[in-house]
Design a protein around this ligand. Structure first.
Ligand code: ZN
Length: 131
């Protein structure tokens, strides 16, 4: 079952925990065992899984990505001015797959699923396939 959700982002760089909406799609699918694929159909966004207990982890991840991939850099050619966001999108990746067992996502205790925004604020779509 495929469902698409919309997420409004608020900052240029941001990571939004979408674990609960993904769980809701899984619940409504009625599928108990299988896999869930979470896909971001945007060239300046991404999906990742990381800690959702200490928000400082997300802060530090965004800080590190910004240090490695600056917004403005001599040599960028892309006229839209968001080359950093395109690079971050490809490095982080546009999808994650999670195992579904007995109706539950097999995430670790401290793991959450994040939509990564690298050129916000925007309205983003996330495709969630339960199979
Ligand atoms: Zn662009």
């Amino acid at each position: 079952m495929l469902k698409t959700i919309s997420v409004s982002t608020r900052s240029r760089n941001e990571m939004i925990d979408i674990t609960d909406p993904v769980r809701e799609v899984v619940r409504s699918s009625g599928i108990k065992d299988g896999i869930v694929t979470v896909f971001c159909p945007h060239t300046t966004g991404a999906i990742t899984i990381n800690e959702n207990a200490d928000p400082d982890v997300i802060h530090d991840m965004l800080l590190t990505l910004d240090a490695l991939i600056p917004h403005h850099r001599q040599g960028y050619r892309h006229s839209e001015g968001n080359s950093d966001a395109h690079v971050k999108s490809s490095l982080v990746g546009t999808s994650e797959t999670v195992i579904l067992q007995g109706g539950s996502l097999l995430l670790g205790s401290w793991q959450g699923i994040y939509l990564c925004e690298f050129d916000g604020p925007r309205s983003r779509k996330v495709h969630i396939l339960v199979s």
